[in-house]
Design a protein around this ligand. Structure first.
Ligand SMILES: [Zn+2]
Length: 226
C-alpha cells in the first residue's frame, strides 16, 4: 500500500509538471544539437586530420579528400599553372658593339634628317661601323628576308605568340627564310641600305612588333643588354 501510494504521488507529480518536463527535455535536446553542430563546425576546417575529436566524421572526410579530390585538384592546378604562367622574355642586344643613335619614341616626335621632317621613331637605331655583326635578339624562325627602297635589306624573325623583331638598313643578310635562329646568332651586318634613314649613316634600325604593331623594344631589353 505504501509503495503504491508513493508511486501514485510520483505519477501525480509527473502529471502536474508534464508541461515543464517536456519543455525541459526539448530545451536539453536543442542544446545538445546546437553544441554538436558547434563542435562539428570547429573541428572540420581547423582539424581535418585530428582523429581524436570526431572519430566518425574525420576518417570519412579524409578518405574522400585524400583519395579522390586532392590528386585530381593537384593535377589540374599544376597543369593550368604550366599553361598560364607567362614566359618572361629578355632579348639580347642585336648589335653588341654600338651606341644608340635615334632612340625609340612613340609619343614625342624627333627630327628625321633623311625625310626632313619631325616624326615618331618606332625602333632603336644601333650605330656601328659598316659590317658589324647583327644578331637575333631572341630564339625564333626567320619569317621574311628582303630588300626595299625605304628599309634597305631587312630580316623579320618570328618568336611566336605574335612577337616579331625587325632588322633593317642591313649591309648583308646572312639567313634564309624559314631558318631557325637562336638568341645571339648572327643574321647579318650593319649597313646603310635604306633611304628612309640614309642620313643616319651606318646603323641597324631595330623594331619589336606584337601582332604586327610596333611596341616599345625596352619591354624586352634590360639596361645591361640594350
Ligand atoms: Zn631608325
Amino acid at each position: 500500500m505504501k509503495q503504491s501510494n508513493v508511486l501514485n504521488k510520483i505519477a501525480q507529480l509527473i502529471k502536474k509538471n508534464a508541461y515543464y518536463i517536456v519543455l525541459f527535455l526539448c530545451v536539453a535536446a536543442i542544446g545538445t544539437l546546437v553544441s554538436l553542430s558547434l563542435i562539428q563546425e570547429e573541428t572540420y576546417p581547423l582539424n581535418p586530420d585530428n582523429n581524436g575529436d570526431s572519430v566518425i566524421e574525420t576518417p570519412g572526410g579524409d578518405e574522400v579528400g585524400g583519395d579522390v579530390v586532392t590528386p585530381g585538384e593537384d593535377t589540374g592546378v599544376n597543369g593550368d599553372n604550366s599553361d598560364n604562367v607567362p614566359t618572361i622574355i629578355t632579348f639580347a642586344t642585336p648589335v653588341a658593339d654600338a651606341y644608340i643613335g635615334q632612340d625609340y619614341t612613340d609619343s614625342a616626335i624627333v627630327w628625321q634628317p633623311t625625310l626632313n621632317q619631325y616624326q615618331t621613331h618606332l625602333g632603336i637605331d644601333y650605330v656601328a661601323t659598316n659590317g658589324t655583326r647583327v644578331n637575333s635578339a631572341y630564339t625564333g624562325m626567320v619569317e621574311e628576308v628582303g630588300e626595299n627602297l625605304l628599309d634597305g635589306k631587312y630580316v623579320v624573325i618570328n618568336h611566336g605568340d605574335g612577337l616579331t623583331t625587325v632588322y633593317t638598313c642591313l649591309q648583308e643578310i646572312m639567313v634564309s627564310k624559314g631558318a631557325k635562329v637562336s638568341t645571339g646568332e648572327q643574321i647579318g651586318t650593319v649597313g646603310n641600305s635604306g633611304i628612309k634613314e640614309y642620313k643616319s649613316g651606318d646603323h641597324l634600325h631595330f623594331e619589336v612588333r606584337k601582332d604586327g604593331t610596333c611596341i616599345n623594344p625596352y619591354t624586352y631589353l634590360t639596361e645591361d643588354n640594350k
